[in-house]
Design a protein around this ligand. Structure first.
Ligand SMILES: Cc1cc2nc3c(=O)[nH]c(=O)nc-3n(C[C@H](O)[C@H](O)[C@H](O)COP(=O)(O)OP(=O)(O)OC[C@H]3O[C@@H](n4cnc5c(N)ncnc54)[C@H](O)[C@@H]3O)c2cc1C
Length: 320
């Protein structure tokens, strides 16, 4: 019996891998089970130290050049077989685009239940996941009854909190023989070089109130000053002002940063679905009756063309 955490990588371990490990450590301790991890990727070498303090007994590392990019054909059987071999009672992954597909596929292969995109998980005689429902209006505690019980955690929902403790033992495993139906050769990120939206600690988003693509630099300027990723409402994406990769919401990305700044966004329920689990929400809107003010922690009633540059200037002064 054990708990298994899936360590996600993109060349390097992703922050969400350590968040999942943190949650998994607490669950394993409460359940009185050992914690193991599975790593699939090009190489874990030089990164073992990052895994210290998470109570991971052993990392089963499947390292191969052909595993550096996600492949459903290759990754899913590995996780399924390791879960069976270790008699995993709980499997914890990350609710990234990759993680959601991997977890869903593994759950289907094992025939077990998965709480996808949860914002927390704990052990209470069984695995209980905290899951936003109805576009985030309700937080449900979902008890997962299958064995193993699976959960994928939304990035930034759980803090990666290493404790004192050794780095785990790494057991290198040979890549099993699989015939790949498709091979991913290259990925090109639409927001290359910028802070990745779903993992950013701060997100500054712009809405239709920005007025047009010629004014978008106002959002980018504030984001740059705050060290934030840039997001957008669907209205902005549909109008073609920015790439869809920036869309936050029900049909866009789900973010859960420490600070979310909504500029010229009305706060439609579909937008909220993508950002309402943010820890601090700041709204800048000239309409005092805008929906977003019912949700935010700090609201500035004002013209974003005045507020955003002034805020950026102040933030730069403070950070300097
Ligand atoms: C099935 C479905 C899925 C959807 N998915 C998504 C989704 O994923 N993400 C999403 O965002 N939306 C989504 N939508 C659309 C959603 O319903 C809203 O239409 C959209 O979020 C509105 O975007 P907005 O807030 O930018 O625009 P608006 O609602 O037009 O709001 C613009 C705001 O800007 C303010 N404003 C104007 N000028 C200024 C200024 N100078 N200074 C300050 N404030 C100003 C206005 O007061 C207003 O509140 C979806 C809709 C459907 C039906």
């Amino acid at each position: 019996m054990s708990v298994l955490v899936l360590l996600e990588q993109r060349g390097e371990l992703k922050p969400c891998a350590l968040e999942a490990a943190s949650a998994a450590r607490d669950i394993a301790a409460a359940a009185g089970m050992p914690l193991n991890a599975v790593y699939i990727g090009q190489s874990l070498e030089g990164q073992e130290g990052k895994l210290a303090g998470y109570g991971i007994a052993k990392v089963y590392a499947y390292e191969h050049a052909s595993l550096s990019h996600y492949s459903n054909d290759a990754y899913v059987p590995i996780v399924r077989d390791v879960a069976r071999e270790l008699d995993a009672k709980v499997i914890i992954g990350s609710a990234t685009a990759l993680g959601k597909e991997l977890c869903a596929s593994v759950a289907a292969r094992l025939g077990v239940e998965l709480a996808q995109d949860a914002i927390g998980a704990a052990w209470a005689g069984g695995l209980v996941a905290k899951k936003p429902l109805y576009a985030g209006k309700v937080l449900a505690d979902v008890t997962i009854q299958s064995v193993p019980a699976m959960v994928s955690l939304r990035p930034n929902s759980v803090q990666a909190a290493p404790q004192d403790g050794p780095a785990p033992e790494i057991e290198k495993r040979a890549m099993p023989e699989v015939s790949l139906r498709s091979v991913l050769k290259e990925t090109a990120e639409a927001t290359a070089g910028k802070v990745e939206l779903t993992e950013a600690k701060i997100v500054v988003s712009g809405g239709r109130g920005v007025g047009g693509p010629e004014n978008w630099h106002i959002i980018e300027n504030l984001a740059e000053a705050m060290g934030a990723a840039v997001g957008a409402s669907r209205a902005v994406v549909d109008a073609g002002w920015v790439h869809h990769a920036l869309q936050v919401g029900q049909t866009g990305k789900v973010v859960s940063p420490d600070i979310y700044v909504a500029c010229g966004i009305s706060g439609a329920i579909q937008h909220q679905a993508g950002m309402r689990t943010s820890k601090i929400i700041v709204a800048i809107n000239k309409d005092p009756n805008a929906n977003i003010f019912k949700l935010c922690d700090y609201g500035i009633v004002g013209d974003l063309f005045e507020v955003c540059p002034a805020l950026a200037e102040e933030v730069r002064k403070v950070r300097a």
